[in-house]
Design a protein around this ligand. Structure first.
Ligand SMILES: [Fe+2]
Ligand SMILES: [Fe+2]
Length: 159
């Protein structure tokens, strides 16, 4: 329990500038899966990535891991609504849109860039380059399945 409290503190410390950033908060306006906003999904993926890597004792750059995870779906549109300006399948192109938005508002390092761009692998062909990218890729798939099936016990980490 003490460890969990400590981990929550570290999580909030490392993401404190992003979690309340005006642009990042815009992800609350869009639904990701079921009734879960893209913002909540992104926070869940960041938290799951953080805990996966800690439980497995992986040596990762935690700040980059968390920032990349939080911004991995920073595409800011409703992917359920058809839009002529988005010709291609959402699954293929949203990582590029997310990276473009991330770069427009934040400085993004190589690890964060790789996390965002490759998180849909194997749907996108390029293999992830960093350990952090694989952690987020797995956490994203895990959270997406859990959210789509509507499992309870969603945790909120934004307060
Ligand atoms: Fe995504
Ligand atoms: Fe995602």
């Amino acid at each position: 329990m003490k460890r969990l409290v400590k981990e929550r503190e570290i999580f909030h410390y490392l993401l404190k500038d992003l979690l309340r950033h005006e642009e990042v908060l815009k992800m609350k306006e869009y639904i990701q899966h079921g009734d879960l906003s893209t913002y909540d999904h992104a926070v869940n993926v960041a938290w799951t990535s953080f805990r996966f890597s800690r439980r497995l004792g992986l040596k990762v750059d935690e700040r980059s891991l968390l920032r990349g995870a939080l911004l991995h779906d920073f595409y800011l549109y409703d992917w359920h609504v058809p839009d002529e300006s988005r010709k291609r399948f959402h699954g293929f192109y949203h990582p590029k849109t997310a990276l473009r938005n991330a770069r427009a508002h934040f400085s993004v390092n190589k690890i964060e860039e790789d996390i965002i761009l490759k998180h849909m692998w194997p749907l996108t062909p390029m293999l992830p380059r960093y350990r952090e990218s694989y952690v987020v890729l797995l956490a994203d798939k895990y959270c997406s399945v859990k959210d789509t099936l509507g499992f309870e016990n969603r945790e909120r980490h934004t307060e």
